[in-house]
Write a protein that binds this ligand. Structure first.
Ligand code: IDC
Length: 490
């Protein structure tokens, strides 16, 4: 058996205060594993484990086992495959990171519910002793909780391995009435690859996206949102706030207030509100990073107590690598979590949110290198007349591993215009229904283009109900969205 060494390092704002560092006598040359608490809060912590090959030959694979004290559980992990047996967790490679070259290392991470630190560990089967770190006594006082947005932790999210009993008790009053989508489903969260409701049951949300708020403000009012909630029976309003093209950058406080108002209007009608930071040109979201931080700090603080808010942090990254998108996400998500720790956050994908397909890539690069955060989903967009079988196949394949949300799609061509492709749209929506993937259609507006649900002039006229005001695309979508939802309550 190989001789191993293990270092237990505890860092982070809280843990630093208790200076819990334990070192084990180490052989000269072996694999090592360093367990580091990267963030702590009153009910849990985030940890990172670096497995390093300190030998002079390639390491074929690795296996880390941690035993946690009673009441402390791993609820989510990334860059690793996790198996639990009682209180012992076994971490093996995610698939791409098994082999470690001489001198190289790999890292995986986890969200832990509970404050207990590991009581035992092994690296590649060899037992190693650990001096147990104190259970973060400093974390019990609020003043030690990190307060800067970037230092604040993500919260634990449920996963398929979740063992807690789903609660049937609403944690907050239903919004918009007990029979509404928000009234029934409450605060949503990601469970496995699905969006789950307060009963931990997978659901699909079906709704509509606004057009650019800077252009179609007259389409979003009490009458149009009443029609969306009661005539269309939609579950979801996506609020498309363009950043450029006359949008947010021209008036940050004004656009932030408009978004907040629409969140309230959706809430009053029991609909979920998807806050879309609609980056498009430029395609690299990092070029809007400061704006994104400012915007999301504001809307997440203001709407933190609401159960109907979902955040979409970058509409359609394009001309940027997945690594660039991931870096952006890992800077913006903590800003949201600092204020609204339990909200679902959706990350755009490469190639106009095509999972990279439109760039000649695919979901493998995301699966191999996921965003390090919990309770997140990934965006997929399609335009039915332009994107067909190969896009459908990629989405279906990815959805077995990644939580996917179709935050925008059109029934027409990718330029937003042209004829409705009924056959392709039906194939797409049947697929989304089967996979329980939520969606928002572009657009709930009367823009003079095929993707608009309303005929030109509808918003000025002010009547939004019925089929007489609808385009071909609007008629198709209203028919699909009006059908009964499947929202399990037990
Ligand atoms: C389009 C609008 C069009 C507008 C243009 C501005 O339909 O009226 O002039 O944006 O940039 C997307 C984008 C979405 C696009 C849409 C259609 O998210 O902003 O809207 N589309 O081109 N991705 C694929 C298609």
């Amino acid at each position: 058996m190989r001789r191993v060494k293990l270092k237990l390092l505890v860092a982070g704002a809280v843990a630093a205060a208790v200076s819990a560092v334990a070192l084990v006598a180490l052989p000269a040359s072996a694999e090592t594993a360093a367990f580091t608490v990267t963030n702590s809060w009153s009910t849990g912590y985030q940890a990172s484990v670096v497995v390093k090959n300190d030998t002079s030959s390639t390491l074929a694979t690795w296996r880390v086992q941690l035993t946690l004290p009673s009441g402390t559980t791993v609820v989510n992990a990334w860059n690793t495959t996790t198996a639990a047996s009682g209180s012992t967790y076994t971490f093996t490679p995610a698939g791409w990171n098994a082999t470690i070259a001489a001198g190289a290392s790999t890292e995986f991470g986890m969200i832990v519910d509970g404050t207990g630190r590991p009581t035992a560990c092994t690296v590649n089967g060899a037992a190693c002793g650990i001096t147990t770190a104190p259970t973060t006594p400093a974390a019990t006082t609020p003043t030690t909780v990190p307060t800067s947005p970037s230092a604040r932790p993500t919260t634990a999210s449920p996963t398929p391995s979740r063992t807690t009993t789903p609660t049937a008790t609403p944690t907050s009053p239903p919004a918009g009435g007990t029979g509404t989508p928000v009234g029934i489903n409450g605060q949503l969260r990601v469970c496995g690859v699905h969006l789950c409701n307060r009963y931990d049951r997978p659901i699909q949300l079906r709704g509509m996206s606004t057009h650019g708020l800077q252009w179609f403000a007259n389409c979003y009012n009490n009458a149009s949102l009443d029609a969306l909630a009661t005539d269309w029976r939609a579950d979801l309003l996506r609020i498309a706030m363009y950043v450029q093209e006359g949008g947010y950058e021209t008036d940050p406080p004004g656009f932030t207030a408009r978004v907040d108002t629409l969140v309230d209007m959706a809430e009053a009608r029991g609909m979920y509100a998807l806050i879309d930071f609609h980056t498009l040109t430029p395609g690299d979201p990092n070029l809007n990073l400061d704006r994104a931080k400012t915007f999301f700090a504001a809307v997440s603080k203001r709407n933190a107590a609401k159960t109907n808010v979902i955040y979409e942090i970058a509409n359609e990254p394009n001309g940027v690598s997945w690594a660039g998108i991931k870096s952006y996400a890992e800077q913006v998500i903590p800003v949201i979590r600092a204020n609204d720790p339990d909200a679902v956050v959706i990350v755009g994908t490469r190639g106009w949110s095509s999972l990279g397909v439109s760039d000649g890539s695919g979901s493998a690069e995301v699966i191999a290198n996921p965003v390090r955060a919990s309770n997140i989903m990934y965006a997929f967009h399609f335009y039915a007349a332009s994107h067909k079988d190969n896009y459908r196949a990629e989405l279906e394949k990815a959805s077995a591993t990644l939580p996917m949300f179709v935050t925008e799609f059109g029934t027409v061509s990718a330029n937003g215009g042209g004829a409705v492709d009924t056959a392709s749209t039906s194939a797409w929506l049947d697929l989304l229904d089967r996979l329980k993937i939520s969606y928002a259609n572009w657009t709930y507006s009367d823009a003079g283009e095929g993707s608009a649900a309303f005929r030109a002039g509808t918003c000025a006229a002010g009547t939004y109900t019925g089929t007489g005001v609808l385009s071909e695309s609007g008629t198709l979508l209203r028919n699909r969205i009006r059908t009964a939802d499947d929202f399990p309550t037990s």
